[in-house]
Design a protein around this ligand. Structure first.
Ligand SMILES: *Cc1c(COP(=O)(O)O)cnc(C)c1O
Length: 343
């Protein structure tokens, strides 16, 4: 059975055209800077984001880690959302490998960090404290798109307080398509941006980090240190180039599918989705009933989800509008049925 997989947008498989681009890629040893395809990806990525340079890396986690290691030294601190990927889902890499202290705080419901609260967390220049160096934002964050005015405010805030500004833009292209603006507009206020090629863009592996020439030179050193110096990686970069050239505009289909999914789920008794979203490719569904039981019943109908309530459902390249109709129909059978037997 062909499964409909809503667990994440990381599950996409390379299309035949992408595989063809990979097979035909010209390659060399990228640690010697001999791989023309990697260099091409780095040039295209930097140009799209309006930055001087970019660095192809193995994953989004490696990209954010290399950014932290480059921005911050031992005993430095970065301020980050408590629910942000960089803080919560990257194994504490900055602390484990860089001696970098995170200062987390809760995200606001719209995915921003309250800059007034951030100001109160910046440490004074005093030997008792870590040195606050960096502010990290995420866009999209939990499927939400950060407003451009907020990003401009964050830049002024960072300048006022002498902080650097990093964006975990794993889904920055979803944000740009949803906000109907250029990706460079979102990137402009940031010193550095990490972008995932292996999420909704559909590449099998890879991310890139963008910033100034000097920053990327130093980041290249840290990428090597963390074991990310790859050799004939043009074969992977070719997939990334193909994704950037062919899979950006179609992200709107994923967003439309997410909106249709939310609308359908909201008609089901005992179910509702978080208000004000989906803004991009994620639906957060709440329901009466046991999440594991719902997930098991969905799996029996060929639909893969991660159990949770709210349950995050992610649309992507390998989910069609027909699939969405099937998913709504399955939830409409399963959720009322399971909630009926609750005491
Ligand atoms: C997936 C993701 C990452 C990390 O990417 P990996 O390639 O899985 O390491 C970082 N930030 C956000 C917001 C993500 O969704």
């Amino acid at each position: 059975m062909e499964m409909i997989d809503l667990r994440s947008d990381t599950v996409t498989r390379p299309t035949p055209a992408m595989r063809e681009a990979m097979a035909g890629a010209e390659v060399g040893d990228d640690v010697f800077r001999d791989d023309p395809t990697v260099q091409q990806l780095e040039e295209i990525g930097a140009a799209m984001l309006g930055k001087e340079a970019a660095l192809f890396v193995a994953s989004g986690t490696q990209s954010n880690l290399v950014a932290l290691l480059t921005h911050c030294g031992r005993g430095d601190e970065y301020i980050v959302g408590q629910q942000a990927h960089t803080y919560l889902y990257e194994g504490g890499g900055g602390a484990a490998l860089g001696g970098i202290q995170p200062q987390p705080l809760n995200l606001e419901p719209d995915g921003t960090l309250d800059l007034g609260l951030v100001a109160g967390l910046i440490k004074p220049d005093d030997i008792h404290f870590a040195r606050t160096r960096l502010l990290c934002l995420e866009n999209t964050t939990l499927g939400r798109v950060l407003p451009l005015e907020y990003l401009a405010k964050a830049r002024r805030f960072a300048d006022t307080h002498g902080l650097r500004l990093h964006l975990d833009g794993a889904r920055i292209f979803n944000a740009a398509v949803a906000a109907e603006c250029g990706v460079a507009e979102i990137a402009a206020p940031f010193d550095t941006i990490s972008v995932c090629l292996s999420k909704g863009l559909g590449a099998p592996v890879g991310s890139f980090l963008a910033g100034s020439v000097d920053f990327i030179k130093e980041a290249r050193r840290w990428r090597k240190v963390v074991g990310g110096g790859m050799r004939q990686s043009g074969i992977l970069a070719a997939a990334g180039i193909h994704a950037l050239e062919n899979h950006i505009d179609r992200l709107e289909e994923d967003h439309a599918n997410a909106r249709a999914l939310a609308a359908g789920l909201n008609t089901i008794e005992g179910m509702g989705t978080d208000p004000g979203i989906p803004q991009s490719n994620m639906v957060f569904a709440r329901f009466s009933g046991d999440a594991a039981a719902v997930a098991a019943r969905l799996a029996a109908e060929g639909i893969l989800v991660l159990p949770g309530n709210p349950m995050r459902l992610v649309t992507h390249l390998d989910v069609s509008a027909d699939d969405i109709a099937q998913v709504i129909a399955a939830f409409s059978r399963i959720v009322p049925d399971l909630s009926r037997f609750r005491s």
